[in-house]
Design a protein around this ligand. Structure first.
Ligand SMILES: Cc1cc2nc3c(=O)[nH]c(=O)nc-3n(C[C@H](O)[C@H](O)[C@H](O)COP(=O)(O)O)c2cc1C
Length: 206
């Protein structure tokens, strides 16, 4: 089993990275492979709404990271998205990345487990987490939860090491996520994926 860990922070060794590392340790203990993808330190443009991905099945831009991650996600069992809180939201580079990744993706993401974690000095955490969870919940990806909302606190790099409750939350999240992924895998041969209703696409104007 494999989980992608997305670090939305421009700080490769910042507090978000530390939180993701806590989860990676638990996954390793439970025999689950992880791959960390550094997103926040890259130049990633936003979606231009061209619709080219409808034809291509992938994003029209060749900055590699979006389409490469889509390929990896297609073969992963789960995905953790980590973000520093910027103005009570996930940081901008990560949003550009996620908009393009989820909009252009043509893979079947159903029942891949998603989790979002956020890191803040002080405020805006649950609002940021809410934004991130919406990528999963429009993609038929069940969202894992923990013993608290998935938050760790710290300002300067390294400060999150002083938040034991945050660390516990990250570790419990990884344990719960591992359980979900293993349970879904075990059920694959006995429980069929639900057949979706026929597609309907209506705008509010009619
Ligand atoms: C542009 C910017 C906006 C920020 N906005 C917030 C905020 O709204 N709330 C907060 O608690 N911390 C805010 N912070 C602080 C970061 O969330 C905090 O430093 C966090 O530890 C960064 O995580 P990282 O080390 O993984 O990058 C902001 C930092 C920056 C650079």
């Amino acid at each position: 089993m494999k989980v992608l860990l997305i670090n939305g922070s421009p700080r490769v060794h910042g507090n978000t990275a530390f939180a993701l590392e806590q989860m990676a340790q638990v996954f390793a203990e439970l025999g689950i492979e992880t791959e960390t993808i550094q997103v926040g330190n890259q130049l990633i443009r936003g979606c231009q709404g061209c619709g080219g991905c409808y034809k291509l099945g992938k994003c029209v831009f060749h900055d590699d990271i979006v389409n490469e991650t889509a390929e990896k996600l297609a073969h992963a069992d789960g995905m953790v998205v980590g973000s520093p809180v910027y103005y009570a939201s996930p940081n901008g580079t990560l949003i550009s990345f996620l908009d393009r990744l989820f909009y252009s993706n043509s893979a079947d993401l159903r029942m891949k487990v998603g989790a979002s974690i956020v890191c803040a000095r002080r405020g805006g955490t649950t609002a940021a987490m809410d934004v991130l969870n919406k990528y999963f919940t429009i993609s038929q990806m069940p969202v894992a939860s923990s013993s608290y909302w998935n938050i760790i606190h710290g300002g300067k790099p390294g400060e999150a090491t002083q938040d034991p409750e945050g660390i516990r939350t990250m570790r419990n999240l990884a344990k719960n996520m591992a359980f979900m992924m293993k349970a879904f895998e075990a059920a694959k041969d006995t429980v069929e994926l639900p057949a979706p209703d026929p597609k309907v696409f209506t705008n509010f104007i009619r």
